[in-house]
Design a protein around this ligand. Structure first.
Ligand code: MG
Length: 293
């Protein structure tokens, strides 16, 4: 399933994508299927992801006779699929191609930092560039959505703790990031974490070791890589992180960006007001955001 959060006529809901142009509101139909379809996306994530298959089977039977709960994607406004994650953890230097362009050594353990939840915004919503930020940059990233609480998770069990996957743009003010020599301030401005538009449930993501990831700016292809270039794969990330902190349902983990960020282009190409950033990850979807001042 591809699950999304959206507002329709100013009413927040969540739903499942039923084809390329339509979404079925699970919020609207949940009162009729209370035992299987929770009212909130968070509750669906809290349910063990093994119930996902049951929900999928049931949905295939009900799509047709719920016209009033089906919206065209042009009628809705996307919100970030997770609005109040307990944590947003991000990895630095987790692609071999990106470490190479940064002329940085490949880390022997995941290098992590965090972003506040106030950075989150949805697809098609603006990235707000503060006037004093001069070097605004994008980072297309695959995101893990945690489905189950865990600490010291063994590598071979990591899969059980993942609900699904989505896309994040780890927007970065390079001038501030490089001045501070750490990440917090430069990556923590409001709207610096566009997320979504969908969470693809773990059972449908396909080959995690070779998902194509691409980023365009105003239609120009800037990042074109694959998760096969990751230093630590998603299961290793969950395993390592859980040695540090208890992972909780709805935590989101951004797994790092591949080569092609603006700051390492020759000459560097930073985002300007009016630019459109589009990130596509295979089997998830396309996250699009425009820069405003
Ligand atoms: Mg990043």
């Amino acid at each position: 399933m591809k699950l999304g959060r959206f507002s329709y006529k100013n009413n927040e809901q969540y739903g499942v994508l039923i084809n390329k142009t339509k979404i079925l509101s699970l919020s609207v139909i949940s009162p009729y299927y209370r035992r299987l379809i929770p009212k909130r996306l968070e509750d669906m994530i809290l349910q063990n992801h093994k119930t996902i298959k049951k929900v999928e089977n049931m949905l295939s039977g009900i799509k047709k006779d719920n016209e009033e709960a089906v919206y065209d994607l042009t009628e809705i406004k996307f919100l970030p699929p997770i609005t109040h994650p307990p944590k947003i953890v991000c990895l630095g230097l987790n692609y071999y191609d990106h470490a190479a362009e940064a002329k940085a050594e490949v880390p022997d353990e995941p290098v992590i930092f965090m972003k506040p939840s106030t950075t989150l915004t949805g697809s098609n919503q603006p990235i707000v560039k503060p006037k004093f930020v001069k070097q605004l940059d994008y980072e297309g990233e695959l995101v893990i959505v945690i489905g189950k609480k865990g600490k010291n998770i063994p590598l071979e069990k990591a899969e059980d703790y993942i609900f699904g996957y989505t896309i994040m743009n780890d927007v970065s003010a390079r001038d501030i990031q490089f001045k501070d020599k750490q990440w917090t301030r430069g990556k923590s401005f409001d709207t610096f974490a566009p997320l979504g538009p969908y969470i693809t449930t773990a059972n449908q993501i396909g080959n995690l070791n070779n998902l194509r990831i691409k980023t365009w700016v105003n239609g120009e292809l800037r990042q074109d890589s694959s998760t096969k270039n990751m230093v630590f794969n998603v299961f290793q990330i969950v395993h390592h992180l859980s040695k540090v902190m208890t992972l909780e349902p709805c935590d989101i983990i951004a797994t790092g960006t591949p080569a092609g960020v603006g700051t390492f282009m020759k000459p560097p190409k930073f985002l300007q007001v009016g630019d459109e950033v589009k990130i596509e990850i295979e089997n998830i979807g396309i996250l699009v955001n425009k820069v405003v001042e």
